[in-house]
Design a protein around this ligand. Structure first.
Ligand SMILES: [Mg+2]
Length: 115
């Protein structure tokens, strides 16, 4: 889930050979979509209009049908301590933007899908 169209295109391009990707532009659309069709994993932007990524995550974690979903934060927040802050918030992984290394994203996804 990502509100920036260029970033959505980039992620789609990196993942499309190996995964089926469903895109959502904001948190409410994403929550509705996840409930209709549960994916294997969620990539969640933190800076979103309206509900931010941390709030979307909290709603996923309190939803009976979705709470076990692996959720990876996709974020431009790359300050020292941010990684721990996001993992403490309940994210299963953390990938920083801009995505300059396709392999980092793919490895983070594969690691979570193996768990
Ligand atoms: Mg954003």
């Amino acid at each position: 889930m990502e509100d920036n169209a260029d970033n959505r295109l980039l992620v789609q391009a990196i993942l499309e050979d190996q995964y089926r990707v469903t895109e959502y532009e904001d948190g409410q659309m994403a929550l509705n979509g996840l409930r209709r069709s549960r994916p294997d994993l969620v990539l969640l932007d933190i800076s979103l209009p309206g509900m931010d990524g941390v709030e979307v995550l909290q709603r996923i974690r309190t939803d009976e049908a979705l709470r076990d979903l692996p959720v990876i934060a996709l974020t431009a927040h790359a300050m020292a301590g941010d990684r721990d802050r996001f993992l403490d918030a309940g994210f299963d992984g953390y990938v920083t933007k801009p995505i300059v290394d396709d392999e980092l994203l793919l490895a983070a996804i594969e690691e979570r899908l193996r768990d």
